[in-house]
Design a binder for this molecule. Structure first.
Ligand SMILES: Cc1ncc(COP(=O)(O)O)c(C=O)c1O
Length: 413
């Protein structure tokens, strides 16, 4: 028998199963929208909210919230200075201005002190992502929002399964949305969900969703093919077969892949994103995959969190390494474990030599796009120094020990 612990460790894996593929294909045959309604109901119950309304992506769910909350031209939303680049682009595409404030060096989420410094009568709301699955300071940000008369929208795209004061994020009484993209904790072949306890808001979200077209079945089936391909490619044996190529590329230039990806900004990184093609409701195929994936979320989160906590404990005393921390009311889900190191490409190469694949991530600083924002040193530091360590659920204790040993050895140099 081949022991997987001895093989190279891919940077991540796709959460997808044969049941999900069958669920998607079964819904293709079912022709109706009942599968979507079933997924909405199952998700609302699972999360502990009264209403869940399904969309074809997290971005579509966010756009629905912007419209339902009555935000429009002349209004502005406050965002953290580091976020998924498509979020500010979409907000601008919806005609809303973007203001930013720096992030916390502990949680990497929006810093309430920096947010409080923003005095702008055009700001009508604050968007609070729980980046990397670690809840931002919801207590202080909620107080700030109610003092200023802002609406607070929780962006739970990366934080499905995380809790704040024991209750799931997204079920805290704020307008909230989730993403079920291919790399997320629940993969429904893209897909997103807007959630609320408010009956009137739910009716408005539902009316909005019903007026939208489905995504094209071809696009959803392409995501099914992509999920199966990525799932296969990140299994240990196929990944081990591709390993020599990765080593050669990295030996030539460790930042090559990252820089090549940055040569031309992706569709998501444009200053403004046209919301029209994105505005789609969830298709039954996506819902079929989502229903079958839901029972996997907590067991996988449990394993991922155990790996992250072991790593945080073992690495926290190492010099030259900064780790994220959780606030007392938070129970993070650690979708990603991001550490900050000097010269991350050297680190990446060093870890690759020890059989560990890492990534430098895709989140971007936003403060240069807000002419009124001052410097945001914490976000800049995170963007320049972040390295994502593998913590995906199928890793075992020996893999995690191997990462710890490699990190220890790296800090001794
Ligand atoms: C923090 C955050 N918000 C929003 C989104 C958008 O979600 P989707 O890709 O489902 O549109 C993402 C996607 O990666 C994200 O990471």
């Amino acid at each position: 028998m081949i022991r997987s612990s001895g093989l190279p460790v891919p940077r991540g894996s796709i959460s997808f199963s044969g049941r999900q593929a069958l669920g998607a294909i079964g819904a293709l045959k079912a022709h109706g929208r009942e599968t979507v309604a079933q997924f909405e109901q199952a998700f609302a119950t699972w999360l502990g909210v009264r209403h869940a309304v399904a969309f074809a992506s997290g971005k579509a769910a966010l756009a629905a919230w912007v419209r339902v909350l009555g935000l429009g031209p002349g209004d502005r939303l406050l965002l953290p200075a580091l976020d998924a680049p498509e979020v500010p682009a979409l907000i601008r595409g919806l005609g809303i201005g973007v203001r930013v404030a720096d992030i916390s060096p502990v949680t990497y989420g929006l810093d309430p002190d920096r947010a409080a410094e923003v005095q702008d009568p055009q700001v009508r709301g604050v968007l609070v992502p729980h980046l990397y699955g670690n809840p931002a300071d919801l207590d202080r940000l909620s107080r700030l929002a109610s003092d200023r008369g802002w609406v607070l929208i929780e962006d739970c795209a990366q934080a499905l399964g995380a809790r704040w004061h024991g209750r799931m994020v997204g079920a805290q009484g704020h307008p909230a949305f989730f993403s079920f993209g291919l790399m997320k904790n629940l993969n429904s072949l893209q897909g997103g969900m807007a959630v609320t306890n408010d009956d009137r808001q739910a009716a408005a979200l539902r009316g909005f969703a019903q007026a939208l077209p489905d995504p094209s079945p071809l696009a959803v089936l392409r995501d099914l093919g992509l999920s199966l391909t990525l799932w296969t490619g990140t299994r240990r044996l196929p990944f081990a077969a591709a390993w020599p190529v990765l080593r050669v590329v990295e030996a030539l230039d460790p930042s090559l892949v990252h820089r090549a990806a940055r040569l031309r900004p992706s569709r998501w990184e444009q200053a403004s994103l046209d919301p029209v093609p994105l505005m789609r409701r969830m298709s039954p195929i996506q819902a079929g995959a989502g229903i079958q994936g839901l029972p996997r979320v907590l067991p996988e989160a449990h394993r991922r969190r155990a790996h992250a906590e072991t790593l945080i404990r073992a690495l926290s005393s190492l010099p030259g390494l900064d780790l994220p921390g959780a606030l007392a009311p938070a129970d993070p889900v650690w979708t990603h474990l991001v550490v900050r190191v000097q010269d991350r490409y050297r680190w990446r190469r060093r870890l690759l030599r020890r059989g560990i694949d890492t990534t430098t991530g895709y989140l971007k600083t936003l403060h240069r796009e807000d002419p009124e924002a001052g410097p945001c040193p914490v976000a800049e530091d995170l963007e320049a120094r972040s390295l994502y360590l593998p913590i995906w659920p199928e890793l075992d204790a020996r893999d995690i020990d191997r990462i710890i040993d490699a990190m220890r050895e790296g800090t001794k140099r």
